[in-house]
Design a protein around this ligand. Structure first.
Ligand code: NAD
Ligand code: MG
Length: 388
C-alpha cells in the first residue's frame, strides 16, 4: 500500500492522479489533499470519496467554507500553511500538482521531510534551483512532467557518463509554423486550444508561447545534472515521442506512448515500478508518421531566454517564471497581446541580470521569494504601460 499526498488535487494533474488511484484502491491510500479555493465543491467531493486524514486550502476563510460543505467529517480541515503541513505528513510519496511559484514551500518541505516527491509543479524546481536539488536525497525527486519522465525512462538504458545530450521534444503549440508578425493578434481562446494536451490554463498558455519548454529546459538540467547546452529542443507536433537521450556512441533512446498524462503520473507515484494498464500503447495495424523539425527561435524566443536565465541561475529563473505568471493573467484578461508576454518576461529578466541578481552560491529561499515579488511588481508596471 502506497500512502499518497496530493497537492493541487482539483487540477488537471490532480484529478487524473485520483483517477489512477481510484481504480487501484488496494494499492494506494490517499492521506492528504490540498487545493486552491476556487473549486471547493470538487475538493469536498474528493474528501468524501477518498477520506484523507487531512485536507488543506489556502486561507482560513476557505477552510470555514469547506467545513460547511463537509458536516461531520473526520478529515482535519486546515487553512494557511496547509500545503506544507500536508507535505510533512507521513507518506510514501507527495505529488506536487500545484500551478506556479505557489508550490515552492511545499516542495522544500517535502525535501526536508525526506519523502519522495513526484513533481508536476516544475516551477518550484526551476525557481528553487539548487535549494531543491541540494536538499534532495538520491532518487527523492521523481519527474511527472511527461518529457522528464521520458528522460528518466531513457536514462535507464545507459550510464550517466555515457550521456551526450538530452533531446527535449516540444509539440510547438497551437501556433507552430507562424512567424513573429503572425503572432501579434492571436487571442487567448486560440492560445488555449492546445493541439495534443488538455491541461490547466497557465501551462496551456505557456505551451503556446514556448515558456513551458523554457521552464522544462531548466527543469531537465536540474533534474539530471546536465549542462544547459547539452539539452536540445526539437519540435515534434504529435507529442508521441516524449523526449530522448542521446548517448556518446550516437545511439538515441526515445520514450513514446500516445499522449496521456496518466502514464507519467502513475509512474511518478510508484517509480521505479510500472503500473500495469496505466495507459494504452499503440495500434500498429494502422499507418502512422512521426515528424520532427527545429524550433523557430525568432518567433518563439522563450526557450533561448530560459537558457540565458538558467545559465545565470541564482534568482534569474524565479524572475523568468514570476514575470510570466503576471503576463499570462494579463493576456487572458485581454490587457496585453500575445507577443507582449515573452517581450515583457525578457525585459524583466534582462533588467534583473543587470541589477539585483543574486548568484547561485548565495541563493536562499528569502532571495527567491524577494526576486519573485520584485519580478511580479516590475512586470505589472510594464503590463500597465502596454495595456490599452
Ligand atoms: P491546474 O490549474 O489544472 O491545477 C492546479 C491545481 O493547483 C488546482 O487544484 C488548484 O486549486 C491548485 N492550487 C492553486 N493554488 C494553490 C495553492 N496556493 N495551494 C494549493 N493548491 C493550489 O494545473 P495543471 O495543469 O494540473 O498543472 C499543475 C502543475 O503540473 C503545473 O506546474 C504544470 O506545469 C504541471 N504539469 C501539468 C501537465 C498537464 O497535463 N496538466 C503536464 C505536465 C506538467
Ligand atoms: Mg511537459
Amino acid at each position: 500500500m502506497r500512502h499518497v499526498v496530493i497537492l493541487g488535487s482539483t487540477g488537471s494533474i490532480g484529478t487524473q492522479a485520483l483517477e489512477v488511484i481510484d481504480s487501484r484502491r488496494d494499492q494506494f491510500d490517499v492521506v492528504g489533499l490540498t487545493a486552491g479555493g476556487s473549486q471547493l465543491d470538487l475538493l469536498a467531493a474528493q474528501v468524501r470519496e477518498f477520506a484523507p486524514r487531512l485536507v488543506a486550502v489556502p486561507t482560513e476563510a476557505d477552510a470555514a467554507a469547506l467545513r460547511a460543505l463537509l458536516p461531520g467529517t473526520t478529515t482535519e480541515i486546515v487553512g494557511e500553511g496547509g500545503n506544507e503541513r500536508a507535505a510533512r505528513m507521513p507518506a510514501d510519496v507527495v505529488l506536487n500538482a500545484i500551478t506556479g511559484a505557489a508550490g515552492l514551500l511545499a516542495t522544500l518541505a517535502t525535501m526536508e521531510q525526506g519523502t519522495t516527491l513526484a513533481l508536476a509543479n516544475k516551477e518550484s524546481l526551476v525557481i528553487g534551483g539548487r535549494l531543491v536539488t541540494d536538499a534532495a536525497a538520491p532518487g527523492q525527486l521523481v519527474a511527472v512532467d511527461s518529457e522528464h519522465s521520458a528522460f528518466a525512462q531513457a536514462l535507464r538504458a545507459g550510464r550517466a557518463k555515457e550521456v551526450r545530450r538530452l533531446i527535449l521534444t516540444a509539440s510547438g503549440g497551437p501556433f507552430r509554423g507562424r512567424t513573429r508578425a503572425e503572432l501579434a493578434d492571436v487571442t487567448p481562446e486560440q492560445a488555449l486550444a492546445h493541439p495534443t494536451w488538455t491541461m490547466g490554463r497557465v501551462i496551456t498558455i505557456n505551451s503556446a508561447t514556448l515558456i513551458n519548454k523554457g521552464l522544462e529546459l531548466i527543469e531537465a538540467a536540474l533534474l539530471y545534472g546536465v549542462d544547459l547546452d547539452d539539452v536540445t529542443v526539437v519540435v515534434h507536433p504529435s507529442s508521441d515521442v516524449h523526449s530522448m537521450v542521446e548517448y556518446v556512441d550516437g545511439a538515441t533512446i526515445a520514450q513514446a506512448s500516445p499522449p496521456d498524462m496518466k502514464l507519467p503520473i502513475a509512474l511518478g507515484l510508484t517509480w521505479p515500478d510500472r503500473v500495469p494498464d496505466a495507459a494504452s500503447g499503440y495500434d500498429w495495424s494502422v499507418p502512422r508518421t512521426w515528424s520532427f523539425e527545429p524550433l523557430d527561435d525568432e518567433a518563439f524566443p522563450a526557450v533561448e531566454l530560459a537558457r540565458t536565465a538558467g545559465k545565470a541561475a541564482g534568482t534569474a529563473p524565479a524572475v523568468y517564471n514570476a514575470a510570466n505568471e503576471v503576463c499570462v493573467d494579463a493576456f487572458c484578461a485581454g490587457d496585453i497581446g500575445f507577443l507582449d508576454i515573452t517581450d515583457t518576461v525578457e525585459a524583466v529578466v534582462m533588467e534583473h541580470l543587470s541589477g539585483e541578481h543574486v548568484a547561485d552560491a548565495d541563493l536562499t529561499v528569502e532571495a527567491v521569494l524577494a526576486a519573485d515579488a520584485w519580478a511580479r511588481a516590475r512586470a505589472t508596471e510594464i503590463v500597465a504601460r502596454v495595456a490599452p
